[in-house]
Write a protein that binds this ligand. Structure first.
Ligand code: GLA
Ligand code: GLA
Length: 655
């Protein structure tokens, strides 16, 4: 059965979260008029409407929503309809306070914000799933309905719940994973600190403890927390599939910034199409991080097009200081997502709120109204997207190089009682990404579980958790002629967070041709000089070469291990395995990566004068060229119809 949504004309969808319940009825007509002017094709509706749809237990008010659905349809606008379960109404939390989440200190997270529900609460599930069924029954045949939007940003505020319901569900999850308490004791290393469990009922989530909670308990609780939300997503999805089998189901991921609780590599197969929300953080790598997230989202979708469900036209409201976007950024940000495979450009939200916690968050229609620069920019982007309709449906064209991204390594490498608290998993991956962008070399940000086929160069930043199966896949990759670059603190533990013994990095030692007896992390602000004139921070290792053929690309010049190797490369068959034992900033990584990529045969596809100044991505026969600078660039050397690229502009050229 072809999903209804895919039967629409070829176009890049354009729209926003639409929250008409915040406005009087007469505003709705202005809304749809302005939506048509902007070229809006789709809105996400009813995300936070539970209290309005079901004002009291079992009493429904759909009249207003029927009217909005009809109005949108009459104006040619499709609806990605939310199941409305994101924020439970006060009548429910008053009658059933046992659905409220509990933090690790045992404090209840009360109503008054949003997403105050426990994913494991049977009571919450009963009420929420009843609403899902009621919504699906009511709107199954509505012609505006093209997709279902499950809840909203699952886990944004409620990823870690330490309640008694969570404890109960955690035990069930652990039983499924380990089978016996003995196996759990072994995996958790409970011989340490007298933590041995005799019965399942003795086990708790890692609540506030007198000292560091057991690391494998913490690690498993992270896995469990991601899994229970995934399970909740499935529960809503099953009802929707039963009642509307031809309407595709999605939920908005948050591949962005430091959001790390949900293992989206593991969730991606659960939705009919991947959608993502992204908000830029300030700082020098702001745009790179956007590109990184869009790139990773495209690869979570297996290279297929995906849906940008939310981003912002300008400022957000939730950062310490909320910067407005500069001229050109609204369009550039949106098109950078399209460049990485997005077939939809949507915002939070259509009309900027007048009241509530997000009234300072930008929208497509600002407080100033449609007579505003922002709305004119929104209209201009709408027409640009119409011109780009032919891009719709085109897959990402894979790069030759990949950076592996692994949620489990993110979780485990940043746990407490480690060699350093300063280690930042995502930052290391992002620094490599920035370096690729600076060199003008295309790279895919790839879930570590994805196939390595077709890649010539794989960078594994802090690939800390290394089950034997992953070590074998990396070894086969190198033996098959691939080039691997691993960094410090990679390959240190197995899937139970137990150290691989015999010298670090256990399962990669032979492949890399190095053996490490001790780590030597650096204090904040300290640096270590390398022989090639570069400077490392954060980390260093005491390295011995265990294969005389291992080449030393740089040694430490200062620090405890002066004279010893800092960066190595071992040729193995047609491939190679390199090791970088310290943290290098992008400007220091650039010469190293250039060398390693060059030896792997991975080169820039850009003319030299544009490398670093633009980002190049490819979608089946179409090149996107994003201006990373604030200057106009001459792009005549790219051979497209356009010869100049505006500051912060994006050119779309035939490949
Ligand atoms: C204390 C404790 C030990 C151990 C060390 C670690 O001395 O008695 O059990 O935890 O700290 O430094
Ligand atoms: C998230 C939510 C939206 C809104 C935006 C604000 O993405 O899904 O409801 O709160 O953040 O940036």
């Amino acid at each position: 059965m072809t999903p209804r949504w895919l039967r629409t004309d070829s176009r890049i969808e354009y729209g926003a979260d639409y929250n008409p319940e915040q406005w009087p009825r007469e505003v709705w007509d202005d809304d749809v008029r302005a939506m048509r002017e902007a070229g809006v094709t789709i809105v996400s509706l009813a995300i936070f409407s539970w209290a309005r749809i079901e004002p009291a237990d079992g009493r429904y008010d759909f009249a207003w929503l029927d009217e909005v659905m009809d109005l949108l349809h009459a104006n040619g606008i499709s609806v990605d309809l939310a199941t409305a379960t994101a924020s439970p109404p006060p009548w429910l939390t008053t009658a059933h306070p046992e659905i409220l989440p509990v933090n690790h200190e045992g404090q209840i997270l009360w109503q008054g914000g949003r997403q105050h529900w426990r994913p494991t609460s049977p009571v919450f599930r009963e009420y929420a799933l009843r609403l899902v069924r009621t919504m699906a029954q009511r709107y199954a045949d509505h012609p505006a309905l093209v997709a279902w939007h499950v809840s909203n940003e699952l886990g944004c505020h409620n990823i870690y719940d330490y309640s008694d319901d969570a404890a109960q569900a955690f035990r069930v999850w652990l039983r499924n994973r380990y089978g016996t308490v003995e196996a759990l004791n072994e995996a958790w290393g409970t011989a340490f600190w007298a933590q041995r469990y005799g019965e399942w009922d003795e086990i708790l989530p890692p609540r506030l403890a007198a000292s560091f909670p057991n690391p494998t308990q913490q690690f498993d609780f992270k896995r469990f927390s991601s899994d229970v939300l995934k399970d909740y997503l499935r529960a809503e999805r099953e009802i929707l599939r039963e009642l509307t089998p031809d309407v595709p189901v999605t939920t908005n991921f948050m591949v962005m910034g430091e959001t790390k609780g949900m293992n989206y590599a593991d969730w991606a197969a659960e939705v009919d199409f991947v959608s993502n929300d992204h908000y830029r953080l300030p700082g020098a790598q702001s745009l790179d991080e956007l590109s990184f997230s869009a790139n990773l989202t495209g690869n979570l979708a297996g290279g297929r097009p995906w849906f940008l469900m939310e981003h912002s036209t300008s400022a957000v409201n939730w950062q310490p200081v909320n910067l407005a976007k500069r001229p050109g950024e609204l369009s550039r940000d949106a098109l950078t997502h399209v460049a990485h495979g997005a077939d939809a450009v949507c915002y939070f939200q259509w009309r900027q709120s007048r009241a509530g916690a997000e009234k300072y968050h930008s929208g497509m229609v600002p407080h100033a109204g449609t007579d505003s620069q922002l709305f004119r920019d929104v209209v201009a982007l709408g027409s640009r997207l119409r011109e780009l309709s032919y891009v719709q449906g085109r897959r990402r064209t894979p790069a030759k190089a990949a950076i592996l991204f692994d949620w489990e390594s993110w979780w485990a490498s940043e746990q407490d009682s480690h060699p350093t608290e300063l280690l930042k998993y995502k930052q290391e991956a992002l620094d490599w990404y920035t370096t690729f962008l600076d060199l003008g070399v295309r790279v895919d940000v790839l879930p570590a579980s994805a196939s390595f086929d077709g890649y010539d160069l794989i960078v594994a930043p802090i690939l800390h958790v290394m089950p034997s199966s992953l070590a074998s896949r990396l070894t086969s990759f190198v033996e098959g002629g691939g080039h691997l670059v691993a960094t410090y603190f990679s390959g240190i533990v197995d899937e139970n967070d137990h150290i691989w013994l015999g010298g670090y990095p256990g399962p990669l030692r032979d492949l890399l041709g190095v053996r490490i007896e001790e780590f030597a992390p650096l204090l904040e602000g300290d640096t270590v000089a390398l022989s090639d004139g570069l400077e490392g921070t954060l980390w260093s290792d005491r390295i011995d070469l265990i294969d005389p053929a291992t080449e030393v690309l740089a040694t430490y010049k200062t620090g405890d291990y002066a004279g010893r190797p800092a960066v190595t490369r071992r040729a193995a068959g047609a491939g190679s395995a390199s090791y970088v034992s310290t943290k290098l900033a992008p400007n220091a990584l650039a010469p190293l990566l250039k060398d390693l990529a060059g030896r792997a045969g991975v080169v820039s596809e850009l003319p030299s004068e544009l490398r670093g100044r633009v980002e190049l991505t490819v979608r089946e026969g179409v090149r996107f060229v994003v201006n990373r600078t604030d200057e106009q660039l001459d792009i005549s050397s790219l051979g497209g119809p356009e010869t100049t690229l505006a500051a912060r502009g994006v050119a779309v050229l035939p490949a």
